[in-house]
Design a protein around this ligand. Structure first.
Ligand SMILES: C[S@@+](CC[C@H](N)C(=O)[O-])C[C@H]1O[C@@H](n2cnc3c(N)ncnc32)[C@H](O)[C@@H]1O
Length: 270
């Protein structure tokens, strides 16, 4: 890794389990957001800071497109996967990408960016308003004047929030096979829901069948905070951002044109 900020990180790696399966997981492989982020990076001219860059699903195509990008993530295992993939890229692509282990709530990279992105909802790992505001203040400090933030959230589906069927394990994803031959079926459930604090306890459950027939059940459990449209707008305004656009999808269709859709903010440093 070309840079590390380990001072404000604890030893626990919440994404340790997910890191191994992430790039093979079908909904992640098929997520239709990469072109949107590469285009936003191009429009900004770079440099770009990606918060929660994970295994480089967005970071590597951005560097391949000729834009300088710094990827920041808390998980050493996700970053190790990203680094390993980057090392297979040509030298010029590697030179445009830098990885940093740090907590999005508080970091200081000593430089500023034209664009900060949060692809695939890392911000929703922040549970309290204090954490959200610390993160937005930190992001703002890392933006040049007039620089932009893309805040990528899911739009809460009211029917889904109250439907009890999501408390049980659901198998609504295509199974996949790992390069070493293990077959993986992933199920998911909302183990519990705190409607007052807008927090879901999510479980992603990996059923792994080894080539010798042995089976494992591995659980990636984490709390996830959902935000509503105007709540997020107020939070951004309170944190010194001016919302320019709100999209329902990565094709830039306006918020409200589909339900539930995504909740994607383009916000300029005010
Ligand atoms: C769903 S993954 C998204 C990865 C990548 N952006 C993508 O689009 O594929 C969320 C990422 O956020 C990271 N993350 C969670 N909490 C974090 C924190 N407090 N600071 C930095 N990264 C964090 C996780 O380690 C994980 O890699």
């Amino acid at each position: 890794m070309s840079g590390q900020q380990a001072d404000n990180t604890s030893g626990y790696d919440e994404y340790a389990l997910a890191a191994e399966f992430y790039d093979e997981t079908v909904p992640y492989r098929q997520r239709q957001d990469v072109a949107f982020y590469v285009e936003a990076a191009r429009e900004s001219g770079g440099p770009v800071l990606e918060i929660g860059c994970g295994t480089g699903r967005v970071l590597i195509p951005t560097a391949q497109a000729g834009i300088e990008i710094v990827g920041l993530d808390l998980s050493p295992r996700m970053l190790a996967r990203c680094q390993e993939k980057l090392s297979r890229e040509p030298a010029d692509v590697q030179a445009r990408a830098q990885l940093i282990q740090a907590d999005m709530r508080d970091f200081d990279l000593g430089r500023r960016f034209r664009l900060v992105t949060t692809p695939f909802r890392p911000f929703q790992h922040l549970i309290s308003v204090e954490e959200q505001m610390c993160c937005l203040a930190t992001i703002r400090r890392h933006l040049v004047d007039g620089g932009r933030l893309v805040l990528d959230l899911f739009n809460p589906d009211l029917g889904r929030l109250v439907d009890e069927k999501y408390r049980s394990e659901r198998e609504d994803e295509e199974p996949f096979t790992m390069p070493d031959g293990r077959r993986v079926v992933r199920r998911n459930r909302i183990a519990s829901l705190d409607l007052h604090n807008q927090v879901q306890d999510v479980e992603l459950i990996y059923y792994v069948i080894h080539p010798d027939g042995r089976e494992e059940r591995l659980v990636h459990a984490f709390p996830f905070r959902y935000l509503f449209r105007f709540e997020a707008e107020h939070l951004l305004a309170r944190s010194g951002f001016q919302v320019e656009d709100v999209y329902a999808d990565f094709d830039r269709s306006p918020y409200g044109s589909k339900y539930p859709g995504e909740l994607i903010f383009i916000a300029r440093k005010a």
